[in-house]
Write a protein that binds this ligand. Structure first.
Ligand code: ACO
Length: 320
């Protein structure tokens, strides 16, 4: 027995900010952003927030799965941009979808969050602790980036993607997860509340800071390594995989991973030109777009992989 994805959904805010819009207030250009990243535009939240987007994506995934919300016995919300410290995002999603009994918690593994969430759902299902799990990645990156810092803000967008994962004969074949906290300062953002009645912890990074070149080097080394580990576990070769659904951070990173694996770029779908980097939401948004366009056929081999702050990485190999 393993874990199959039986439904997908996504939601992105209507408001779109193009590269030209950013060039109105930043020293940047559409040409620079497209050439260095592949991004043309991004969807930006103007008031809904992480929970509302997560709930919309989740409702679509549940409808797509054709199950009752009451059939879900665990909700994992992957996010680093929760609207509230308490209660957790997953419990608020639970309320919106109409489930009043299942376990709910949030998981923060930055841009690896969705893959960590899916692998965790698999562990619950394999152990018998859950049968049907909703995993949702939702992010409002626009509220933690500094809109005066052209080296980071141009990269990010907002949105949510969700899957319903359930016990089945066929599905997840291998999983990889890891982190190296020694490189934690490469991407960082402090919590907003840093003081109490008696003292304060100095706020170093009120908005996200990132050493882009170091993240780039990490991603092009670690993602192929993680995928090789994943393939070895499953006894498969890179060219046997039909679709590589990677975290949508930078088109050049995706092209470099494809080259290192020796797999044509056509097997690496890309939608970052429309969304930018939506962190934990990027993999499930792309997965849902492919599912709804009927680009995923039963029996296809799919690899999903994420990387991000931590520095974390995670990957999943499954049969669709
Ligand atoms: N517009 C114009 N010029 C810019 C911009 C901009 N938006 N941003 C930086 N520049 C300038 C720099 O100042 C620099 O100028 P200089 O040469 O005069 O000093 C020049 O462009 C080159 O800057 P680099 O940082 O070397 O550019 P690079 O080619 O490395 O691209 C980028 C930067 C796009 C950030 C790239 O490094 C990258 O994509 N890194 C990976 C980021 C990532 O994937 N993050 C995901 C994880 S995020 C998470 O976990 C939440």
């Amino acid at each position: 027995m393993t874990t199959r994805i039986i439904g997908t959904g996504h939601y992105a805010p209507e408001h779109v900010v193009t590269n030209d819009d950013l060039a109105q207030f930043l020293d940047t250009s559409d040409a620079w952003i497209r050439e260095r990243t592949g991004i043309h535009m991004r969807h930006i939240d103007i008031g809904e927030g992480t929970t509302a987007m997560a709930a919309k994506a989740s409702i679509r995934a549940i409808e797509n799965a054709g199950i009752s919300p009451e059939a879900i016995d665990l909700i994992i919300a992957a996010t680093s941009t929760a609207d509230e410290v308490l209660p957790n995002t997953a419990s608020m999603v639970q309320k919106e979808i109409g489930n009043s009994h299942c376990a709910c918690y949030d998981l923060n593994a930055a841009c690896s969050g969705f893959v960590y969430g899916l692998n965790t759902a698999h562990a619950f299902i394999k152990s018998g602790m859950a049968d049907t799990v909703l995993v949702v990645g939702s992010e409002t990156m626009s509220k933690i980036v500094d809109w005066n810092d052209r080296s980071t803000c141009i990269l990010f967008g907002d949105g949510a993607g969700a899957v319903v994962a359930a016990r089945d004969e066929e599905g997840i074949e291998s999983v990889v997860m890891g982190s190296d906290g020694r490189s934690g300062d490469i991407i960082a953002c402090d919590a907003r509340t840093m003081e109490n009645k008696w003292g304060a912890r100095p706020v170093k990074n009120p908005f996200m800071i990132m050493n882009g070149q170091e993240v780039f080097k990490f991603a092009v080394r670690k993602v192929p390594e993680a995928i090789h580990e994943l393939l070895d576990q499953a006894g498969m070769k890179a060219d046997q995989i039909d679709h590589y659904i990677l975290h949508q951070a930078n088109e050049r990173i995706i092209a470099s991973v494809a080259k290192r694996l020796g797999v044509p770029m056509e097997r690496f779908p890309v939608n970052l030109f429309e969304y930018g980097n939506t962190s934990a939401a990027s993999v499930p948004i792309l997965l849902d777009e492919m599912n709804r366009r009927q680009l995923l056929k039963r029996g296809d081999k799919v690899v999903m992989a994420g990387f991000g702050a931590g520095l974390t990485w995670g990957a999943t190999l499954l049969t669709w």
